[in-house]
Design a protein around this ligand. Structure first.
Ligand code: URA
Length: 464
């Protein structure tokens, strides 16, 4: 993060004969950036050309970090209307390259998740959708805080390289049907710089800013369609269903208005998804889905999102048929075969698909058991995500290095009946003392009580 520069009341370069130092920003093209900030502060709207000038000026260094931060706060407090959000998305998209993937003949679709605990869906979804005939060029991110990241899970596979150039990415998407790589510096670079400012100025939780951030990156990836998994609940970015719906609605509208057919599913993140948290553990669970197994909730979310992707790609119109088709591709091993080919193309050890025990394993496994008999009524995803992070599975800061082997295995998901002393979870740790340090938090994340809790659905609603 560049440090904010000091703002002097009487800038030196205004004095006669002084040459403007490089650190003092020149005004933005068109109306000065300060006027645009003031207009947004007072609730006015900015034109597409003005937003373009602001973003381009920021990247050039003509608009200072503190001016962009002020604009972001004004946008956070006053909001952006639909036209402004589309214009900001386009301005951020234009800040870098746009992949065309011309040699890929299949319909190109992707899925984006707003992130949660235990969310390993991308790993099993992309190969299944590719096996059904679509192309999935997926540009993914790393985990931060209590949430995991797809790239960290892929890097649990020995040798898997997430940094490939655009030509190799296109070749793998064309030949295999899917490729999962990391964000490059060349796609939507404005988003990276703006996000860094939002992160330290309390402006992350703004729906129009989130929409522009997500869609500028997705539009840069040369897609023909997009499906969003907007998670809602305690372990998600959007805590309530109303907020999640508002984000999903804005994303689908702005996606459509930007020429990218977009649909969204709201999915529940009040408890972790599946039975594992931690990179190699989650990769293993995604491989189980590709072999026709895996936990029912993970299968349900994967097949529901996949069916939407097949619909947006024009491959299968009916969601029920799409789900059945994906389930069959998992049973037959066709998705597992695509995953193995993709791993090989990325330089990884594809044997993990047939032999998942080749994935890294933690040297210490410690059980956490139930203090009383009853049904599991609740598992706090935030507490479990933070415990996994403390073990080394996630990052406190962006520069932290993750340990692929460690994490938490859930033995008793919501609704299961347990006897006193039965295992609730297994902590996979580097050392006994690491496991001991989180054991209390893991035990406290479970609520075991008498009576059976009401069944909870994972897929809540469709928007778009
Ligand atoms: N994910 C993104 O890519 N951007 C945001 O602003 C929030 C979540």
């Amino acid at each position: 993060m560049p440090r904010a520069r000091r703002v002097d009341a009487a800038p030196r370069h205004r004095r006669r004969g002084a040459t403007p130092p490089r650190s003092i920003p020149r005004p933005a093209p068109g109306p000065a950036a300060a006027l645009l900030i003031a207009r947004k502060r007072d609730g006015g709207a900015l034109t597409a050309a003005e937003l373009d000038g602001l973003v381009a000026g920021f990247l050039r260094g003509d608009v200072a970090d503190y001016q962009m931060a002020a604009f972001l706060m004004a946008a956070f407090l006053r909001g952006l209307d639909a036209e402004e959000t589309v214009a900001l998305t386009r301005a951020m998209l234009r800040s870098g390259d746009v992949l065309e993937l011309r040699s890929v003949r299949r319909p190109k679709v992707d899925k984006h998740s707003t992130g949660g605990v235990g969310d390993k869906v991308s790993l099993c979804l992309a190969p299944l959708v590719a096996a059904a005939g679509a192309a999935v060029p997926m540009i993914s991110g790393r985990g931060l805080g209590h949430t995991g990241g797809t790239l960290d899970k892929l890097e649990a596979i020995p040798g898997y390289r997430v940094a490939l150039d655009a030509a190799r990415f296109e070749q793998i998407v064309r030949d295999v049907g899917c490729s999962l790589i990391g964000q490059t510096d060349r796609l939507a670079p404005a988003d990276r710089r703006i996000y860094a400012l939002r992160d330290v100025t309390g402006t992350v939780e703004s729906i129009p800013l989130i929409v522009a951030s997500i869609l500028s990156k997705k539009l840069a990836a040369g897609l023909g369609g997009l499906v969003l998994d907007v998670k809602c609940g305690r372990g998600a970015f959007m805590k309530t269903r109303a907020r999640a719906r508002a984000l999903a609605t804005a994303l689908t509208r702005v996606g459509g208005a930007s020429g990218l057919p977009t649909t969204a599913l709201l999915t529940d993140m009040d408890t972790p998804l599946g039975l594992t948290i931690g990179n190699a553990l989650e990769t293993k669970e995604a491989i189980a889905v590709l072999h026709g197994g895996g936990p029912p909730d993970l299968r349900a979310v994967t097949f529901a999102l996949g069916a939407e992707m097949l619909a947006v790609a024009g491959i299968e119109r009916d969601a029920a048929r799409g789900r059945d088709r994906l389930a069959r591709l998992a049973e037959s091993g066709a998705g597992a075969e695509v995953f193995a080919r993709m791993i090989r193309a990325h330089g990884g050890d594809a044997r993990v698909v047939a032999e998942p025990d080749r994935l890294p394993r933690a040297p210490v496994v410690v059980e956490v058991s139930a203090a009383r008999s009853g049904h599991v009524h609740d598992l706090d995803p935030m507490a479990l995500g933070l415990a996994a992070m403390a073990l080394g599975a996630g990052r406190r800061r962006a520069e932290d290095v993750v340990d692929p082997a460690v994490g938490i295995e859930l033995c008793a998901p919501r609704g299961v009946e347990v006897a006193r002393g039965a295992p609730l979870a297994k902590i996979h740790a580097r050392t006994r003392s690491d496991a001991g340090a989180v054991a209390g938090a893991v035990a406290a994340a479970f609520r075991v009580a008498p009576g059976r809790p009401r069944a909870a659905r994972r897929v809540l609603e469709r928007v778009g």
